[in-house]
Write a new protein. Structure first.
Length: 180
């Protein structure tokens, strides 16, 4: 039996906002064309249009990978909510802060020395944590202490793999909280 070579497929569908683990697939297209797909605003209130690329031997396998990918994010509605859930699961109490109206929202963790660690999105989501799960382009983790004029960068990535990048950002937070 010959193994089928993997190729890239682009999966297009709708994610149910109430439980983002539910994906309704509209199409599986051969090739890496996610950047060429223009997702129009949906007229449905409970869905978010969705596109992601997967490496698989066939379209059905790509669809299965898309379903598994959505289940990874535990029903988080956006990247910031997913980050917050991972932090809480790891025993790190976090809050969401921001400047309403400016588009700047971050996840905040108080440090024992009275400082604060802030996590925000990078790239297209710079200064914000509230963006679609499949639009992740990296996390920026900074620590600010009142006695220091500038924040210290703890973690700065341009990784589009939300699950792996979030794990690395949370590890940087843990390291800072345990070492001070």
């Amino acid at each position: 039996m010959t193994a089928t070579a993997a190729q890239t497929y682009t999966v297009i569908g709708l994610a149910l906002d109430v439980d983002s683990t539910e994906l309704l697939i509209a199409a599986v297209v051969g090739g890496a064309v996610a950047d060429q797909v223009e997702l129009l605003a949906t007229s449905e209130e409970d869905f978010t249009r969705w596109v992601e690329e997967f490496s698989a031997p066939d379209p059905d396998s790509a669809a299965e990978l898309a379903y598994a990918y959505c289940r990874t994010f535990d029903g988080a509605a956006d990247a910031g909510e997913y980050l917050h859930e991972v932090l809480e699961r790891e025993g790190v109490h976090a809050t969401v802060g921001g400047h309403p109206g400016s588009g700047c929202y971050w996840v905040s963790i108080a440090t024992p020395d009275g400082g604060e660690i802030r996590i925000s999105g990078r790239g297209r989501a710079g200064g914000d944590v509230h963006y679609p799960l499949n639009s992740h382009t990296g996390w920026l983790v900074c620590r600010q202490v009142d006695s220091e004029p500038e924040p210290t960068v703890l973690y700065d990535s341009q990784d589009s793999d939300l699950a792996a990048d979030t794990a690395a950002a949370v590890a940087a937070v843990h390291a800072t909280l345990t070492t001070g």
